[in-house]
Design a protein. Structure first.
Length: 294
């Protein structure tokens, strides 16, 4: 076991677990926050790419460029919908729904890559489906429910997270630095027409700090730590560490923001993560590339 790599991955997952808490401190709507995040991450990742000298070794594979662009688009939508869900529902519920992504990968992968669903996979998907219904609660089935929109955003975030995993599976020749940097610039270009720049004029210095901090640390630093560490760790360890960030997020939500899920929602959260754990422990249900993307 590479202890340094394990520490880097643990730190990356812990930091990412605080993203929901910090997003609320920025005072920015989802779209404007993602825009700042893309800019900060692009600057940070490009700087790291140059300082490490990896740009000298880069060999661009132009056949992968359309995939990188498409992956950048799905990753952008993944972020937007995740932060929109943070605005409308608790971080605990949003992050639980977000971790439906591996189940969506399994379902889509069974059609696209013709990967056979095992009994483990089917049971896990069923557990996650029931868990999602429980998280919605009795009011969640009515479109008039105040949390209904947030739940939809959470599921959409999971869907585009899954799409990012699947697309990322096909990007094998372009380096992580080049791929992520290009995706950040794609995000900036796509968002410019939709950004309300007047939003930034009313931010206080503390809110600017949290917005920039989220861009540099929760994106740039986490990306580097994550992708540098997974190359030196076995797949089962990487899969298990997925549970660190929701644990941190839920703990902060309960201890700091004071959110207390009801009994039905607690059962739903338990079912979702039981299904996720069940499928990650099952043999040959997720490929190494999919685990790394997560």
């Amino acid at each position: 076991m590479n202890r340094n790599a394990l520490f880097q991955l643990s730190l990356a997952m812990t930091i990412f677990g605080t993203v929901g808490f910090f997003s609320e401190l920025t005072g920015l709507p989802a779209m404007e926050l993602v825009f700042v995040r893309c800019i900060c991450a692009a600057v940070f990742l490009c700087t790291a790419w140059v300082m490490t000298g990896n740009y000298k070794k880069e060999i661009w594979n132009f056949k992968e460029t359309p995939l990188i662009i498409l992956c950048g688009g799905t990753n952008l939508l993944n972020w937007i919908f995740l932060f929109k869900s943070f605005e409308l529902i608790s971080v605990t519920i949003a992050i639980s729904l977000y971790h439906l992504a591996p189940m969506i990968v399994l379902i889509i992968g069974s059609f696209i890559f013709r990967e056979k669903l095992t009994l483990f996979s089917i049971v896990a998907i069923f557990l996650c489906f029931i868990g999602t219904l429980f998280i919605m609660g009795t009011d969640g089935f009515r479109s008039s429910s105040p949390e209904w929109e947030g739940i939809i955003y959470g599921v959409l975030a999971a869907f585009f997270y899954a799409a990012t995993m699947i697309l990322g599976k096909s990007i094998t020749k372009t380096s992580v630095y080049a791929t992520t940097s290009l995706q950040m610039f794609i995000g900036i270009l796509l968002l410019v027409p939709f950004i309300d720049f007047s939003t930034y004029t009313v931010l206080h210095s503390a809110e600017w700090f949290y917005a920039i901090f989220t861009g540099i640390v929760h994106t740039g630093v986490v990306y580097l730590l994550f992708f540098n560490s997974i190359r030196h760790l076995p797949t089962n360890i990487v899969s298990f560490m997925i549970f660190v960030d929701p644990f941190v997020a839920i703990l902060l939500d309960i201890l700091i923001t004071g959110f207390h899920p009801d009994l039905l929602q607690c059962l739903g959260i338990l079912l979702i993560f039981s299904g996720l754990f069940y499928v990650l422990k099952a043999p040959k249900t997720l490929t190494d590339s999919e685990n790394k993307a997560m």
